[in-house]
Each structure stands twice: as C-alpha cells, then as structure tokens.
Design a protein around this ligand. Structure first.
Ligand code: M6R
Length: 607
C-alpha cells in the first residue's frame, strides 16, 4: 500500500526521501513522487516506474523540506497524473495513504467553488480542502479544518509553498510515525524508511496531527489538545532490512526462519513452565473466564489461525472459530462476552483486521489478544493482551517467517489456555516445551531440501494450474502453499482437504495438473495415502512432501521429497517451508518480481 516519507532538515532532503521510498518499496506500489519547497515554490517530480526512476528524474532537485510518496492505486489508474503529491493552486502539496470515502461529494462541492481537478484520486480533494482554509501562516489550522471534513482513513503529510520552515502530518486509520532527529525531523509510514537518519521514533495515535519544524514538533490529539507521546528507540537495524547474500527478500526471510522462531520462543524456551503473563499482565484474570476463542485475520495470517483452531480444540479443549476479517466486520454474528478475540497480523495495520477487532469490541467482546510482528502497531495498541512475534522486518510481499512465528505464538497460546483449563499435565507441558526448543534445528534440516526443490520447480514452470492437498491440521498448510504459488508465480492454485477431492475437484486431475501434497506421519496418513492413489489412478502427477517414516515411495507419477522425522503437533510449521521454497523457485523460473508481485501490497492498509 502507499508509503509516505516527509523530511525537514538543514541539508538537501531529496536523497533522504528517495532512500526512504526505496525502503518502503516492499509495501507495493505502482508510481512514486515527491515535492520539495524551494524559494517559495513547490517543485514536484513524479514517475510511474520504480523509485530508481524517480531518483534519476529528481537528480537536479534540491530542497531542505519535502514530502514523498509511493502510490498503490485505489482511485484512478496508475499514471503520472494520479501519482502523489497532489497540489492545489501551486500552494499546497499533499501525500496521502488511505481512502477518503466522501471524496465524491467533496469534489462536487470544491468544483462548484472553482477548484480544478487534475487527477482521478480521492487525495486531490484533501489538497484543495486545505487550500480552501489556508492563509499564510495557518497551515496547521487549515489542515485541521480540512481533516474535520473527511470521512475515511488517512495518513497525510502536507507542505505549503510559502513556508519552508514547517510541514504538517496526521493519521487516522492508516499508519504514520514521527522520526526525531538532531535539528531535523521526519515522518514515514514505517520505521524502515527512517533508519538511515534516526532511531528515535514516536508512534502517532489515531487522530493525531503533528506540526513538524527543524528543531521540534508539536503533537495535537483528535480533540486538538497538545499531547506528549513517548519516544521509542527502534530496535530495527539497517542489516535487518538489507538483502545480504540473498537474491530476494523472500529467500532471505525463508532462511531466517530458524532464527526468527528462536527469537519468538526465546523467553519461554529458557523457562521451566508457561505462564499467562507472557500475553500481558491481565491474562491471568482474563484466561480463566474464557469460554471460546474467535480468531480474526486475513490471508496468510488467517491460515495460521486455521492451524491454531485444530490445536486449540484438540489440546486445550476450547471451542474455536476462525473468520476472515473482511467478512466478519460486516456480518451480523452472535457475540459472547466470554470469547477471547484473537487477531493475527504481521503488520498490525491491516485495515480489515483492525476493523474486525473494533467490530468485535463494539459487540461487547472485550477480551482481545493480538499476535503481531510490529510493536506499537494499531492492532497491538488496541488489544488488551498481546504476544509479539519476533520475526524481524518482513519485506517480501509473500509472508513466510511471519507465518511460522505466528504458528509458534499460537502454539504457546494453546498450551497456556490448556493449562488454565487443566487440560495439560506437567509432563505434557515439558514434552511440548522440549519440542518447541527443537523447532529451529528441525527447520534447519527442512531448509536443506532447497536444491531438490529448486530442481522440482522446473516441472511447474509451464503449468497454468496446480492443486494442493492436505488433511486435518495440514489442510491450512495446503491453503498456504497454494496462496504462495499463486501470489508470486501467478500460477492458478487451489487447495483442498484431500478427502474432499472426490466430491468435485478430482474432475480437474489429468497429466497437466500437478498435485502437491504434504504427507505428515500423523493419524490421517493412511486416509491421505488412499486419496493420493485416487489422483495417481487418474494420471495426475503427484509431488509429495512426506515425513521420513511414512513409507511412501517414489513410483510412476508419484514424486517423493523426504522430510525429516515427524514433528508431532508442530509438524505444520515444518511442512509449510518446502511449499514456500517451491513457490519461490517457480517464480524465479518464471521471472516474476518475487518480492513485489504485481497488484499486491505488503501492508493492506485500505479496505
Ligand atoms: O499484515 P497481515 O498479516 O495482517 O497481512 C494479512 C495479509 O494481507 C497477508 O498475510 C497476505 O495474505 C500475504 N501477502 C500473503 O503472503
């Protein structure tokens, strides 16, 4: 989704803006632009290509105050005229992330007042609105007045041509943070854009407006009152967002999984027993009251939730439902105040998940827990309880290490809830803790399959469709494998619980339809073997990731990739990894943009 960078300094800020935009490229975008204030003029450069193109185009642009943007089109096609910043009457320039829902009516109103629109975006109304309230010296008040007229979500940064000493930024429903420098200050959509200049960060809250100048800033809350917000020192470092020895971020992030899991599990693995406190101080009070669990998430995070449902019901004996956040938020459902509402999100800013959380709260479900990779994200801040996954920044659009660390966190939740409900003996707890400690090493062994999977990927390059099969707790893993393949290789892929094949999808199977299956050595193995035979008998080509002791052998039409020993309940965490690698290598063969697949964005901050 759109990315914002703003800077005011005593030096030329163009390299800072460009570098920041490059750091935000991973969020997904289709055009980019910047404005600097120079000699009481707005100098704007825009481009529909990569940020590198914008860099070339702005080689001769200089200024010590500027705002910049990467756009992910919502209103109006990707084009230079729709790219931000949008300017009103050569006076006011705005960059915006979010969606203004009442832009049509505002546009009609502003047009009637003589404003000319040069783009199809909703953002341009913000520029004109601010201009309509603007008089020299009142950029803050003019912005506040304009914001009061907007319905929808926004993070914005605003400059005025006449004022080289100040810019205004604001957020509501879309992420924005303030970077505090030494005699220079910045804003950005996320911290990775600012690591080049500062580690001091203030996470702006819903409705905050900030007046930023060279040597200071003033934050006003939604009611217009001046407020103090704490300064955090970011733990991110430049290395964590560098590619290093890898070709792509996705590859890097797949290989970071053992470390990401070890980091996420660090505190619990060193302890002798699990306590509710790892989810926050109030967990001790909340967990004993819980009657059921409702998991809300989107995409990959939703798949993690689907795995957790199996664990929570089987190990903790607690009823659990998993809903797609974008559906739940608009559904009339029966709320139970004793339900623990668990949101799962890598970014913590996904608009649908955030809205679903608020919908659950509004319907009287106050027990909320977030599993999230970004501290201080909106989802974390708006939940009572939380567990941070410590995967580090995930840059590739295709989620990998976020998923496996979410699973680890959800397994911890399962164990703690099971303990609270007296469903876990001390011996069982110790066994599970032992398995968790072993997880990074087990995953390392799976990663050793890389060369074999690279070779296997050649079989998929010219395919147009693929089926993924799994059973039980591994069905969501098949879903995740299919999602990975389609999002980065553009091959159409569907996942089914293997037992469901003969109820329809089997009709699709022929020699052109590769069928990928995960085959853990669990209670459903024999059932799965029969399902695989059904595929084989119809001439399908099977590619099976089978645990060491399943005794499934390679034969005509059946290709086996040997996984390590069965990992018990944690098996889904291992079985997803070869599917990530398969998608990665197929995409590589097809020459797609692995880290920034077409049409997709990393942080889906609009509905
Ligand atoms: O940041 P979130 O986990 O809330 O994002 C949810 C989905 O947009 C995300 O998981 C998406 O499905 C991934 N790109 C898939 O790889």
């Amino acid at each position: 989704m759109c990315g914002i960078v703003g800077a005011i300094a005593k030096r030329n800020v163009v390299p800072i803006l460009i570098n920041g935009l490059m750091r935000l490229e991973y969020r997904g975008y289709d055009s980019a632009g910047l404005v600097v204030v120079q000699s009481e003029q707005l100098e704007r450069v825009r481009s529909t290509g990569r940020v590198a193109e914008l860099e070339q185009k702005s080689a001769n642009t200089q200024g010590s105050l500027g705002i910049a943007h990467t756009r992910w089109a919502t209103h109006g096609i990707p084009s230079e005229r729709n790219a931000h910043p949008h300017i009103s009457n050569n006076q006011i320039a705005v960059v915006h992330n979010g969606i203004i829902e009442n832009y049509e009516e505002l546009r009609t109103e502003l047009t009637a007042r003589g404003y000319k629109f040069n783009s199809d975006t909703d953002t341009e109304v913000i520029a004109h609105l601010i201009h309509s309230h603007y008089q020299k010296g009142n950029l803050l008040t003019a912005t506040q007045k304009a914001l009061a007229q907007l319905i929808g979500a926004y993070a914005i940064a605003v400059v005025a041509a006449e004022n080289p000493q100040q810019f205004i930024a604001a957020r509501k429903g879309s992420p924005l943070l303030l970077g505090v420098g030494n005699g220079e200050n910045f804003v950005a959509s996320d911290m990775s854009a600012l690591l080049q200049v500062t580690k001091k960060v203030i996470y702006l809250e819903e409705g905050d407006v900030v007046d930023v100048s060279l040597d200071g800033y003033r934050i006003l809350n939604e009611k217009g009152h001046e407020v103090e917000r704490p300064i955090h020192i970011s733990e991110l470092n430049n290395d964590s967002v560098e590619l290093g020895q890898y070709k792509h971020y996705m590859q890097k992030e797949i290989f970071e999984q053992p470390q990401a899991l070890a980091n996420t599990l660090e505190s619990v693995c060193n302890s002798q027993s699990l306590v509710p406190g790892i989810f926050g101080a109030e967990a001790n009070k909340i967990f004993p009251q819980i009657e059921s669990i409702l998991i809300l998430a989107c995409g990959t995070s939703n798949h993690a939730g689907q795995v957790a449902k199996y664990w929570l019901e089987e190990i903790a004996g607690v009823p659990c439902s998993v809903e797609i956040a974008s559906e739940y938020r608009y559904r009339v459902s029966v709320a139970n105040p004793k339900t623990l509402v668990v949101t799962i999100s890598q970014s913590g800013e996904t608009a649908d998940t955030l809205a679903a959380l608020n919908h659950a709260k509004a319907s009287g479900q106050e027990f909320t827990l977030a599993i999230c990779n970004v501290p201080e994200s909106a989802i974390i801040r708006q939940s009572k309880l939380r567990l941070l996954t410590r995967a580090g920044p995930e840059i590739g659009v295709a989620s990998t290490k976020a998923f496996t660390t979410q699973l680890a966190a959800l397994f911890l939740l399962t164990l703690v809830i099971a303990k609270t409900r007296n469903k876990l003996t001390e011996e069982q707890e110790q066994t599970h803790l032992h398995e968790l400690r072993h997880l990074p090493a087990a995953l390392q062994k799976v990663l050793a399959l890389e060369p074999e999977i690279e070779k296997l990927s050649e079989q998929f390059t010219h395919k147009h469709h693929a089926l993924f099969l799994g059973r039980g707790v591994h069905y969501p893993i098949a879903l995740e494998g299919a999602l990975k393949l389609k999002e980065i290789s553009y091959i159409h892929a569907e996942a089914y619980p293997a037992g469901e094949l003969k109820h329809g999808p089997l009709a699709l199977v022929d020699e052109d339809m590769p069928v990928v299956s995960v085959a853990p050595n669990d209670a459903l193995l024999e059932k799965l073997k029969s399902n695989l035979q059904e595929v084989k008998a119809r001439g399908g080509q099977l590619y099976v990731f089978a645990d060491a002791d399943t005794h499934i052998k390679t034969s005509e039409g059946l290709h086996i990739m040997q996984m390590p020993e069965h990992a018990g309940y944690l098996s889904p965490i291992l079985h997803v990894v070869p599917l990530q690698l398969l998608a990665y290598y197929v995409a590589l063969q097809k020459g797609t943009d692995v880290d920034k697949p077409r049409n997709l964005a990393k942080s889906v901050t609009v509905e």
